[in-house]
Ligand binder design. Structure first.
Ligand code: PLP
Length: 392
């Protein structure tokens, strides 16, 4: 069967690909230390699981309104009020199958063919493909390890053209953990408003920010400029709920209606049971989120202490998410000339699963996830240091 031309616009996710390769080797009996995971290793908190069980027992198992039941949309608005003090009307909220579907439908809802979308690099693997599938043209805006992988208004302004319609901001970032302060977000917002550029703010890691950095959201900007920004979030990372598939988008009600129309003709409402679980998560106690955040903060420091001993590596201190993105190009040699070769060699020769930086638009780096046990981290990073030393 010959597939459609549009399939040339999309490649399988490199992060999921590496996880599958590691799982294959494990099935063959090899011991793999996995630093490739994009998900918390914690279990979903008990009160959230209980709400899902109750939803089943209560037979809350039928179709619901496409954008989510009103109490779920209100739970999202209540959460933003509680966390950020920002009022968001429930008509500005849609529940989606993970943050991924929110982003996918959002691009489809706002982009026209040929619209350019600025994507600060390194970027999460799915943005360019999603933008292309929606008819847009991703334009990478480079940043560097030396400036903490942050882009400035000047960087964005240099990359913008009359065809620029939107930009993606991902803070904290996958893969770098870079995090924009509230002041930096305000400056980017002011620039975007002045240029008529729509901001897609992917804040899926917004609760995973480590001192001295403070959480910051574009939700406040949305309250001021509802025509200029959409906020995408979800429960996967902060509440350890990757498999449940609960994301959301906060945007102008016209955009939310368009996304709802798309969803009505594709996947309909998200799982009814998950909606009840999500309400429990968003309206319930948040100490479980705080406990996981503290564990991630401790692991980040543990990893950084080991990476500091790799004499040719450069790793900016990430303020959020659960990734490190060290620049390792000083170790590249003839046999291992790039991030793909380094990740392959680490997997097959040292039994360590990582993700090559090239998948995120930065071939000097490799992504390491610290969403795993302290023991695995210590062992993997110590072995990785020994492996790098052998490269030169
Ligand atoms: N955005 C970023 C930056 C991510 O890293 C991910 C997941 O890895 C997502 C969005 C999608 O999250 P979800 O599992 O809610 O679809």
């Amino acid at each position: 069967m010959r597939t459609a031309l549009r399939m040339r616009l999309v490649a399988p996710s490199a992060t999921l690909g590496m996880a599958a390769k590691a799982a294959d080797l494990r099935r063959q009996g090899k011991a793999i230390l996995d630093l490739s995971a994009g998900e918390p290793d914690f279990n979903t908190p008990q009160h959230i699981k209980d709400a899902a069980k109750k939803a089943i027992d209560d037979n809350f198992t039928r179709y619901t309104p496409v954008p989510g039941i009103p109490t779920l949309r209100e739970a999202v608005t209540g959460y933003y009020k509680k966390i950020y003090g920002v009022p968001v009307p429930k008509e500005a909220v849609i529940a989606t199958n993970g943050g991924k579907q929110a982003l996918y439908n959002l691009f489809l809802a706002v982009l026209n063919p040929g619209d350019e979308v600025l994507v600060p690099a390194p970027y999460w693997v799915s943005y360019p493909d999603m933008i292309r599938l929606a008819g847009g043209e991703p334009v990478a805006v480079p940043s560097s390890p030396e400036n903490g992988f942050l882009v400035t208004v000047e960087d964005l302004d240099r990359a913008a053209t009359p065809a620029t319609r939107a930009m993606v901001l991902n803070s904290p970032s996958n893969p770098t953990g870079a995090h924009y302060t509230a002041e930096q977000l305000d400056a980017i917002m002011a620039w975007a408003v002045s240029r008529g550029i729509y901001i897609v703010s992917d804040e899926i890691y917004d609760r995973l920010v480590y001192e001295p950095a403070k959480p910051a959201s574009m939700a406040g900007c949305f309250a001021m400029y509802p025509d200029n920004v959409a906020v995408v979030g979800g429960l996967a990372k902060s509440f350890a709920m990757t498999g449940w598939r609960m994301g959301y988008c906060i945007a102008h009600p016209d955009v939310i209606r368009a996304m709802s129309t798309l969803q009505s003709q594709s996947t309909s409402n998200i799982c009814s049971i998950v909606q009840k679980a999500a309400i429990a998560a968003l309206t319930g106690p948040l100490d479980c989120v705080e406990e996981m955040r503290q564990a991630f903060a401790r692991r980040r420091d543990l990893c950084l202490a080991i990476i500091k001993t790799w004499d040719k590596a450069f790793c900016p201190v990430p303020a959020g998410a659960f990734y490190l993105f060290p620049s390792l190009s000083a170790y590249y040699n003839e046999a291992v000339p790039n991030s793909t070769a380094l990740s392959e060699a680490l997997l097959t020769e040292a039994g360590i699963a990582t993700v090559p930086g090239v998948a995120f638009g930065e071939d000097r780096c490799v992504r390491l996830s610290y969403a795993t046990s302290d023991e695995t981290l210590e062992k993997a990073l110590t072995q990785m240091g020994d492996f790098l030393k052998k490269l030169g």
